[in-house]
Design a protein around this ligand. Structure first.
Ligand code: ATP
Ligand code: MG
Length: 260
Protein backbone atom coordinates (compact mmCIF):
# COMPACT_ATOMS: atom_id res chain seq x y z
CA UNK A 1 0.00 0.00 0.00
CA UNK A 2 1.41 3.36 -1.03
CA UNK A 3 1.64 5.96 1.71
CA UNK A 4 0.53 9.51 0.88
CA UNK A 5 2.38 12.23 2.78
CA UNK A 6 1.42 15.91 2.44
CA UNK A 7 4.07 18.53 3.18
CA UNK A 8 2.06 21.43 4.56
CA UNK A 9 2.29 24.71 6.43
CA UNK A 10 0.33 27.78 5.36
CA UNK A 11 3.26 29.95 6.42
CA UNK A 12 5.25 30.87 3.32
CA UNK A 13 8.89 30.06 2.68
CA UNK A 14 9.41 27.56 5.51
CA UNK A 15 10.92 24.84 3.30
CA UNK A 16 7.87 22.89 2.10
CA UNK A 17 9.01 22.57 -1.52
CA UNK A 18 12.66 21.98 -0.60
CA UNK A 19 11.45 19.21 1.71
CA UNK A 20 9.01 17.71 -0.80
CA UNK A 21 11.61 17.57 -3.61
CA UNK A 22 14.50 16.28 -1.51
CA UNK A 23 12.47 13.86 0.60
CA UNK A 24 10.93 12.41 -2.58
CA UNK A 25 14.34 12.16 -4.30
CA UNK A 26 15.89 10.57 -1.20
CA UNK A 27 13.12 7.97 -0.93
CA UNK A 28 13.69 7.24 -4.62
CA UNK A 29 17.44 6.96 -3.98
CA UNK A 30 16.59 4.30 -1.39
CA UNK A 31 14.75 2.55 -4.24
CA UNK A 32 11.23 3.26 -3.05
CA UNK A 33 8.89 3.92 -5.95
CA UNK A 34 8.05 7.56 -5.28
CA UNK A 35 5.65 10.10 -6.78
CA UNK A 36 5.94 13.82 -6.11
CA UNK A 37 2.65 15.70 -6.56
CA UNK A 38 2.97 19.44 -7.11
CA UNK A 39 -0.19 20.92 -5.59
CA UNK A 40 0.96 24.53 -5.67
CA UNK A 41 0.23 26.94 -8.58
CA UNK A 42 3.71 28.42 -8.01
CA UNK A 43 4.90 25.12 -9.56
CA UNK A 44 8.22 25.26 -7.70
CA UNK A 45 8.41 21.49 -7.30
CA UNK A 46 7.79 21.10 -11.04
CA UNK A 47 10.62 23.46 -12.00
CA UNK A 48 12.81 22.10 -9.21
CA UNK A 49 12.74 18.71 -10.89
CA UNK A 50 13.77 20.26 -14.20
CA UNK A 51 10.41 20.71 -15.96
CA UNK A 52 9.32 24.05 -17.39
CA UNK A 53 5.90 24.93 -15.85
CA UNK A 54 5.12 27.10 -18.91
CA UNK A 55 5.14 23.98 -21.07
CA UNK A 56 2.81 22.06 -18.76
CA UNK A 57 -0.79 21.89 -19.98
CA UNK A 58 -2.29 19.36 -17.61
CA UNK A 59 -1.82 19.24 -13.87
CA UNK A 60 -3.39 17.53 -10.87
CA UNK A 61 -6.21 20.08 -11.25
CA UNK A 62 -7.46 18.62 -14.55
CA UNK A 63 -7.54 15.20 -12.87
CA UNK A 64 -9.59 16.67 -10.03
CA UNK A 65 -12.25 18.54 -11.96
CA UNK A 66 -12.11 17.22 -15.50
CA UNK A 67 -12.00 13.66 -16.66
CA UNK A 68 -8.25 13.53 -17.22
CA UNK A 69 -6.74 10.25 -16.07
CA UNK A 70 -3.87 10.67 -13.66
CA UNK A 71 -1.90 7.86 -15.31
CA UNK A 72 -1.76 9.98 -18.47
CA UNK A 73 -0.02 12.96 -16.91
CA UNK A 74 2.70 11.27 -14.87
CA UNK A 75 6.17 12.54 -15.84
CA UNK A 76 9.25 10.42 -15.20
CA UNK A 77 12.13 12.29 -13.63
CA UNK A 78 14.83 12.45 -16.32
CA UNK A 79 17.65 11.93 -13.83
CA UNK A 80 16.28 10.13 -10.76
CA UNK A 81 15.23 6.52 -11.18
CA UNK A 82 12.15 5.52 -9.13
CA UNK A 83 10.92 9.15 -9.08
CA UNK A 84 7.87 10.45 -10.95
CA UNK A 85 6.08 13.81 -10.90
CA UNK A 86 2.54 15.07 -11.27
CA UNK A 87 3.27 18.64 -12.37
CA UNK A 88 1.50 21.90 -11.62
CA UNK A 89 0.89 25.07 -13.53
CA UNK A 90 -0.51 28.47 -12.81
CA UNK A 91 -4.13 27.52 -13.70
CA UNK A 92 -4.35 25.73 -10.39
CA UNK A 93 -5.00 29.23 -9.02
CA UNK A 94 -8.46 29.18 -10.58
CA UNK A 95 -9.29 25.77 -9.23
CA UNK A 96 -10.40 26.98 -5.81
CA UNK A 97 -13.03 29.25 -7.30
CA UNK A 98 -14.18 26.86 -10.00
CA UNK A 99 -14.58 24.00 -7.56
CA UNK A 100 -16.93 25.82 -5.21
CA UNK A 101 -20.05 24.18 -6.60
CA UNK A 102 -18.57 20.75 -7.21
CA UNK A 103 -20.09 18.05 -4.96
CA UNK A 104 -17.59 16.43 -2.55
CA UNK A 105 -15.13 19.12 -3.60
CA UNK A 106 -12.75 18.30 -0.73
CA UNK A 107 -12.31 14.72 -1.92
CA UNK A 108 -11.33 15.30 -5.53
CA UNK A 109 -7.60 14.77 -5.02
CA UNK A 110 -8.16 11.55 -3.09
CA UNK A 111 -10.32 10.31 -5.98
CA UNK A 112 -7.75 11.45 -8.54
CA UNK A 113 -4.86 9.66 -6.80
CA UNK A 114 -6.77 6.44 -6.06
CA UNK A 115 -5.91 4.64 -9.35
CA UNK A 116 -2.14 5.04 -8.83
CA UNK A 117 -1.88 4.92 -5.06
CA UNK A 118 -0.58 1.37 -5.04
CA UNK A 119 1.81 1.83 -7.93
CA UNK A 120 4.05 3.74 -5.50
CA UNK A 121 5.58 3.13 -2.08
CA UNK A 122 5.38 6.85 -1.25
CA UNK A 123 3.42 9.77 -2.70
CA UNK A 124 4.65 13.17 -1.48
CA UNK A 125 2.37 16.21 -1.98
CA UNK A 126 3.91 19.69 -2.00
CA UNK A 127 1.21 22.06 -0.71
CA UNK A 128 0.93 25.80 -1.31
CA UNK A 129 1.22 28.37 1.49
CA UNK A 130 -2.52 28.47 2.10
CA UNK A 131 -5.22 26.51 3.88
CA UNK A 132 -7.52 26.83 0.87
CA UNK A 133 -9.42 24.15 -0.99
CA UNK A 134 -6.42 22.58 -2.75
CA UNK A 135 -4.59 22.15 0.56
CA UNK A 136 -7.75 20.77 2.17
CA UNK A 137 -7.90 18.33 -0.76
CA UNK A 138 -4.25 17.38 -0.19
CA UNK A 139 -4.84 16.77 3.52
CA UNK A 140 -7.98 14.77 2.75
CA UNK A 141 -6.06 12.61 0.28
CA UNK A 142 -3.09 12.12 2.63
CA UNK A 143 -2.36 9.42 5.17
CA UNK A 144 -0.07 11.77 7.08
CA UNK A 145 1.41 15.24 7.08
CA UNK A 146 4.96 16.52 7.44
CA UNK A 147 5.01 20.06 8.87
CA UNK A 148 8.20 22.00 8.13
CA UNK A 149 8.98 24.68 10.72
CA UNK A 150 11.71 27.19 9.97
CA UNK A 151 14.22 27.85 12.77
CA UNK A 152 13.49 31.59 12.66
CA UNK A 153 11.56 34.31 14.47
CA UNK A 154 7.83 33.51 14.72
CA UNK A 155 8.55 29.85 13.95
CA UNK A 156 5.39 28.71 15.70
CA UNK A 157 3.21 31.44 14.21
CA UNK A 158 0.17 29.93 12.50
CA UNK A 159 0.95 26.41 13.69
CA UNK A 160 -2.11 26.40 15.97
CA UNK A 161 -4.31 27.24 13.01
CA UNK A 162 -2.74 24.45 10.92
CA UNK A 163 -3.15 21.90 13.72
CA UNK A 164 -6.76 23.00 14.13
CA UNK A 165 -7.39 22.56 10.39
CA UNK A 166 -5.87 19.08 10.61
CA UNK A 167 -8.23 18.29 13.52
CA UNK A 168 -11.26 19.45 11.54
CA UNK A 169 -10.19 17.36 8.53
CA UNK A 170 -9.68 14.36 10.82
CA UNK A 171 -13.16 14.71 12.25
CA UNK A 172 -15.04 15.49 9.03
CA UNK A 173 -13.15 14.20 6.02
CA UNK A 174 -10.22 11.96 6.83
CA UNK A 175 -10.20 10.19 10.22
CA UNK A 176 -7.02 8.31 9.23
CA UNK A 177 -4.91 11.47 8.81
CA UNK A 178 -1.96 11.47 11.19
CA UNK A 179 0.94 13.82 11.80
CA UNK A 180 4.06 12.17 10.39
CA UNK A 181 6.16 14.73 12.17
CA UNK A 182 7.29 18.32 12.62
CA UNK A 183 10.48 19.01 10.68
CA UNK A 184 12.85 21.74 11.80
CA UNK A 185 14.34 23.42 8.73
CA UNK A 186 17.04 26.00 7.91
CA UNK A 187 18.80 25.36 11.21
CA UNK A 188 21.95 27.41 11.70
CA UNK A 189 24.17 25.99 14.40
CA UNK A 190 25.90 29.37 14.90
CA UNK A 191 22.68 31.20 15.71
CA UNK A 192 21.40 31.22 19.26
CA UNK A 193 17.98 31.91 17.84
CA UNK A 194 18.05 28.64 15.85
CA UNK A 195 18.90 26.71 19.00
CA UNK A 196 16.15 28.50 20.92
CA UNK A 197 13.58 27.55 18.28
CA UNK A 198 14.70 23.89 18.39
CA UNK A 199 14.30 23.89 22.19
CA UNK A 200 10.92 25.62 22.02
CA UNK A 201 9.50 23.31 19.35
CA UNK A 202 10.80 20.19 21.12
CA UNK A 203 9.33 21.35 24.44
CA UNK A 204 5.95 21.99 22.83
CA UNK A 205 5.73 19.00 20.53
CA UNK A 206 8.14 16.45 22.04
CA UNK A 207 8.06 13.13 20.20
CA UNK A 208 6.18 14.68 17.27
CA UNK A 209 9.43 16.35 16.18
CA UNK A 210 11.63 14.41 13.74
CA UNK A 211 15.12 13.50 15.05
CA UNK A 212 16.48 14.76 11.73
CA UNK A 213 16.98 18.53 11.61
CA UNK A 214 17.59 20.18 8.24
CA UNK A 215 20.49 22.67 8.31
CA UNK A 216 20.64 25.86 6.32
CA UNK A 217 22.73 24.74 3.37
CA UNK A 218 23.51 26.51 0.12
CA UNK A 219 23.38 23.30 -1.93
CA UNK A 220 19.69 23.01 -1.04
CA UNK A 221 18.92 26.52 -2.26
CA UNK A 222 21.08 26.21 -5.40
CA UNK A 223 19.94 22.85 -6.71
CA UNK A 224 16.44 23.93 -7.96
CA UNK A 225 18.11 26.33 -10.39
CA UNK A 226 19.77 23.31 -11.99
CA UNK A 227 16.46 21.41 -12.01
CA UNK A 228 17.84 18.63 -9.83
CA UNK A 229 17.49 17.56 -6.19
CA UNK A 230 20.43 18.24 -3.86
CA UNK A 231 21.43 14.58 -3.84
CA UNK A 232 22.44 14.94 -7.51
CA UNK A 233 23.91 18.42 -7.12
CA UNK A 234 26.20 17.44 -4.21
CA UNK A 235 25.44 14.12 -2.57
CA UNK A 236 28.03 14.75 0.16
CA UNK A 237 26.53 18.08 1.22
CA UNK A 238 24.98 18.41 4.66
CA UNK A 239 21.65 19.34 3.05
CA UNK A 240 21.47 16.26 0.83
CA UNK A 241 22.59 13.97 3.65
CA UNK A 242 20.00 15.40 6.05
CA UNK A 243 17.16 14.72 3.64
CA UNK A 244 18.47 11.20 3.14
CA UNK A 245 18.37 10.79 6.92
CA UNK A 246 14.81 12.11 6.97
CA UNK A 247 13.83 9.59 4.27
CA UNK A 248 15.38 6.78 6.34
CA UNK A 249 13.62 8.02 9.48
CA UNK A 250 10.26 8.07 7.69
CA UNK A 251 10.81 4.68 6.05
CA UNK A 252 11.78 3.13 9.38
CA UNK A 253 8.84 4.74 11.16
CA UNK A 254 6.56 3.19 8.58
CA UNK A 255 8.35 -0.14 8.91
CA UNK A 256 8.95 -0.39 5.23
CA UNK A 257 11.99 -2.55 4.61
CA UNK A 258 14.98 -0.31 3.93
CA UNK A 259 16.87 -0.27 0.63
CA UNK A 260 17.53 -3.66 -0.66
N1 ATP B 1 17.66 24.13 4.40
C1 ATP B 1 17.76 25.17 3.58
N2 ATP B 1 18.94 25.80 3.42
C2 ATP B 1 19.05 26.88 2.60
N3 ATP B 1 18.03 27.40 1.92
C3 ATP B 1 16.82 26.82 2.04
C4 ATP B 1 16.63 25.66 2.86
N4 ATP B 1 15.31 25.31 2.79
C5 ATP B 1 14.75 26.18 1.96
N5 ATP B 1 15.63 27.09 1.50
C6 ATP B 1 15.36 28.23 0.60
O1 ATP B 1 14.39 29.05 1.23
C7 ATP B 1 13.43 29.49 0.29
C8 ATP B 1 12.04 28.97 0.67
O2 ATP B 1 12.07 27.54 0.63
P1 ATP B 1 10.89 26.72 -0.06
O3 ATP B 1 10.56 27.23 -1.41
O4 ATP B 1 11.24 25.29 0.08
O5 ATP B 1 9.73 27.09 0.96
P2 ATP B 1 8.15 26.87 0.76
O6 ATP B 1 7.61 26.67 2.15
O7 ATP B 1 7.88 25.82 -0.24
O8 ATP B 1 7.70 28.27 0.18
P3 ATP B 1 6.22 28.63 -0.33
O9 ATP B 1 5.43 28.85 0.92
O10 ATP B 1 6.38 29.87 -1.15
O11 ATP B 1 5.72 27.47 -1.13
C9 ATP B 1 13.91 28.97 -1.07
O12 ATP B 1 14.67 29.97 -1.68
C10 ATP B 1 14.78 27.78 -0.71
O13 ATP B 1 15.79 27.54 -1.66
MG1 MG C 1 6.67 25.87 -1.94
Amino acid sequence: MGKIIAVANQKGGVGKTTTAINLAASLAALEYRTLLVDADPQANATSGLGFDPASITTSIYECMVEDVKIQDIVLNSPNVEFLDLIPSHIDLVGAEVEMINVPNREEKMREALAPIKDVYDFIIIDCSPSLGLITVNSLTAADSVVIPVQCEYFALEGLGKLLNTIKIIQSRLNPELSIEGILLTMYDVRLRLSNQVVEEVKTHFQQMVFDTIIPRNVKLSESPSFGIPAILHDAESKGAMSYLNLAREIAEKNSVALAK
